[in-house]
Design a protein around this ligand. Sequence first.
Ligand SMILES: [Zn+2]
Ligand SMILES: [Zn+2]
Length: 141
Amino acid sequence: MEKITGLELSPRKIDYLKYLYQKDARIRTNEISEHFNVDPSTITKTITELSNSGYVDHIPYRGVKLTKMGKEYATFLIHRHRILSLMLKQHGLESEDACREASRFEGYVSKKAIDRICSSMGHPRMGVCGKIDHAYCDFGQ
Ligand SMILES: [Zn+2]
Ligand SMILES: [Zn+2]
């Protein structure tokens, strides 16, 4: 995919992509709407937008799953989440709070900033809520 800035998607879309990444299968849009407690018509609209920009493959009545590009992007999203939550934990937050707080603002932090922070933290392997994958890190900056 084209170079990621990290600022491509709204917080809501980020949540959906991360959810789909964790599911790792084609799921019904109903499932997303129930999980996030959002009206099904709103979900369909957002999923259609994600599909038009190439992040998900949506087949009406069969459901939605990530495309290759969507998976790559989700890998970045998870990386960003885990770096920011680890950073918050290192500054005194409990793990759960660190995760929750990071989820509130992570969508506004650029990949460039994350790559720098990750580098200055020494590319940590273990985050607050899982392993940290550095496949898309820009090393040596
Ligand atoms: Zn987390
Ligand atoms: Zn890294």
